[in-house]
Each structure stands twice: as C-alpha cells, then as structure tokens.
Design a protein around this ligand. Structure first.
Ligand SMILES: Nc1ncnc2c1ncn2[C@@H]1O[C@H](COP(=O)(O)OP(=O)(O)OP(=O)(O)O)[C@@H](O)[C@H]1O
Length: 280
C-alpha cells in the first residue's frame, strides 16, 4: 500500500523519531601556516556529527593542538573553511558551545573545587542559584560530591583532572575538546578516567567529544572513530572506524576486535611516518 493510501485508510505510518545527527564540525581544505617552515596542518577535511567521540593520533608536532585551536576559534586558519554547528568557530565559542580541557588541569590554586568549577558561570554573571544547581550536577557527574571544599593541592592528579572536566561541563557544551587530558596520569588512573569519561559522555546526550592522545590503546578504547595524522605538515592520512557498541567496559580491552583496531591505527601511523621519512 502506498503511503498516501495508508494515510487515507488511517493505518499508522512508521515515522523515524531519530533525525540524522547534525554536523558539529565541518572542515574543508583547512590549512594553517605560521610563516616559518612548512604549514603546521594542510588540506584537512572532516565532517564530525553530533554525539561522536573522535580521537586524533599522530606524532609529536603534527598539528593536533593547532587543529583544536582552529576548531575552538582561538586561531584563524590560513586556508579553507571551518564551521562549528553551522557557524564561525569564534561565535560558537562565545555562545559557550565549546569547552576545552588541557593536559594540565589549570585550576586556581587558592580557590576550592566549588569556586574553580563555577568560575565560567561567575564570569558570565549567572545567578548563584543556577551556579549551585549546575555545580551539584557536574560534581556528581565526576564523582566529587564530597570534595567541593577541597583545595587543588589536597587532590590527586586524577581528581584535579576530574575538576577540570567538571568545569568544562558546567556550561553544557555541545563540543568538548580534550587535548591529551590524561597524558600526565599513571596507567591505572588513566584507565579509570577513560571509563569515567565514557560514562559522562553517555549521560550527556548529543555532546560531541574530540580527544587528542598519543596513546593508541586509549584512542581505540574511547572512540567511535580515529583520525590518524601524518608528521608536519599534518594531514589526516586515515580514518579508522571503531564500530563497537557502548557501553564499553574493561572486557573490551581484552578482545580480539580491540587488538585488530590497535593494529589498524598503529599501521596507519607507521605508514604515515615512513612516507614522511621515519618516525619522530
Ligand atoms: N604559534 C606558533 N608559532 C610558530 N609555530 C607554531 C606555533 N604553534 C605551533 N607551531 C608549530 O606547528 C607545528 C604543530 O604544532 P602543534 O602543537 O599543533 O602539534 P601537536 O601535534 O599538538 O604536538 P604535540 O603532540 O607535541 O603536542 C609544530 O611544528 C609547532 O612547532
């Protein structure tokens, strides 16, 4: 029966309740030069959709942080076009659609956890009442409800990173940029933060995460897909999809699928390096 006939007969027409996810980041032929040496990044294309968790891996100096600064509107591309949620990156940042987490937690040492995480709201003169609701929400998300009054020096490295993530989440960003956030942590803390990050992402529907890491295991464990970059001038040499269902837990790390994706990313990295004349 044709759809129009179904309508006339009153029969229910199945309607998809899931609109296709919108593009959060669109880049076309993006390049960035600093005036000395080869371009830092060149000819970068990407289309990242709402709700993805995409990792960027590549050798040191391949332009991962440069790409993030362009996406965050903190720097202007030399070539090509970038749209973040359909607008200029600088505008998206001003609308608080983008939050950034760095390897260094960058907390104010003299302020307690509560004051550190509410800082972005204070700067925007958000009412105390809303600050309280939001602070409680993000403290619970990162599991630090009992540490609101603690000073940064009283916290472990992993806890400081959780505070930094809470501060980034307090603005309900559509896009969370994480630049090697777990790079300075020991392996056990790092793996538990990876699990926590997946849980935070699951509880934040529609939030897109971009994640820079040097660690291929971390990239595979976390990501929906992985962008492998070449040495300077940084290009995306390969996209590796990781079509493994979430929630992912510790068991994923021991599966043969996990090993296969590690191999794909590692060989893409090696290939890119060899093409540019060696590792490093
Ligand atoms: N402001 C700047 N002026 C000049 N050169 C720069 C500037 N910022 C970055 N670069 C150069 O651009 C290239 C890419 O740097 P970028 O920090 O983006 O790399 P990365 O992949 O994030 O490195 P790492 O993995 O070591 O953090 C490097 O060669 C760097 O020296």
């Amino acid at each position: 029966m044709k759809e129009i006939e179904k309508k006339l007969s009153g029969e229910e027409i199945p309607v998809s309740t899931h609109a296709p996810p919108q593009s959060v980041i669109v880049m076309r032929e993006v390049g960035k030069s600093f005036g000395v040496g080869p371009a830092a990044v060149e000819k970068v294309d990407m289309n990242i959709r709402e709700g993805e968790l995409v990792s960027f891996v590549g050798p040191s100096g391949c332009g991962k942080s440069t790409l993030f600064r362009l996406i965050a509107g903190l720097s202007q591309q030399s070539e090509g076009a970038i749209e973040i949620i359909g607008e200029d990156p600088g505008l998206a940042r001003k609308r608080n659609a983008i939050s950034y987490v760095f390897q260094d937690a960058t907390l104010l040492p003299w302020s307690n956890v509560w004051d550190n995480i509410t800082l972005p709201l204070k700067l925007r003169h958000v009412s105390k009442q809303v600050q309280k609701v939001e602070a409680e929400r993000v403290l619970e998300l990162v599991g630090l409800q009992d540490y609101a009054k603690a000073l940064p020096r009283q916290l472990s490295g992993g806890m400081k990173m959780r505070v930094s993530i809470a501060r980034a989440l307090i603005s309900h960003p559509k896009l969370l940029l994480m630049d090697e956030p777990f790079g300075a942590l020991d392996e056990i803390t790092r793996q538990s933060l990876q699990n926590e990050l997946l849980e935070i992402w699951r509880k934040s529907p529609g939030m897109t995460i971009l994640f820079v890491t040097h660690n291929v295991f971390e990239a595979v464990f976390l990501s929906t897909r992985i962008a492998v970059m070449t040495p300077r001038p940084g290009r995306i040499s390969r996209w590796v999809d990781v079509p493994v269902d979430y929630p992912r837990d510790e068991r994923f790390r021991t599966t043969s699928d996990f090993g296969r994706y590690i191999d794909s990313v590692s060989s893409a990295l090696h290939h890119g390096n060899q093409a540019k004349g060696g590792l490093g």
